[in-house]
Design a protein around this ligand. Structure first.
Ligand SMILES: O=C(CO)COP(=O)(O)O
Length: 137
């Protein structure tokens, strides 16, 4: 994995509906640092980010309930991601809850930096900027 700088990183950005405004706002706050990052998003989250920040490098996958979470999980297994920023809605039942659990489980299995909140997302961005901060293989 290439964790040497945030410019070379590949981030997955995902948010449930209740938190999509929040992830778009967070991307806005981190926009300059994310400008060199290759971003992969589930369909609706990615569309929202592209609409707000067309200059960012965003690849849209399937929508989460239609398999987007599993596509991101496959990227984690193949070590094609450096971080997962996943703003989960902990207050609503999800029809694809098994996919959500599988995704966060794989991030843990592969020791992938994962953030489910703004504060930890900031820490990941800050940590990946610091070459010496990474302890991943
Ligand atoms: O459901 C999601 C993650 O579990 C997000 O999917 P969308 O970005 O397509 O809404």
């Amino acid at each position: 994995m290439n964790n040497s700088s945030v410019d070379a990183s590949r981030f997955a950005l995902v948010a449930h509906d209740a938190r999509k405004d929040e992830i778009v706002e967070w991307v806005g706050l981190q926009q300059s640092r994310l400008s060199g990052v290759q971003i992969f998003s589930t369909g609706t989250t990615g569309s929202r980010i592209i609409k707000a920040f067309p200059e960012l490098n965003v690849t849209c996958l399937k929508s989460g309930p239609l398999g987007g979470d599993q596509q991101i999980g496959a990227m984690i297994c193949e070590e094609k991601l450096d971080a997962l920023i996943f703003f989960v809605d902990p207050l609503s039942p999800m029809p694809h809850d098994v996919d959500v659990k599988a995704l966060t489980r794989l991030a843990t299995v592969y020791n992938l930096p994962m953030a489910c909140s703004r504060s930890t997302a900031d820490l990941i961005v800050n940590g990946l900027l610091d070459e010496d901060a990474s302890t991943r293989a």
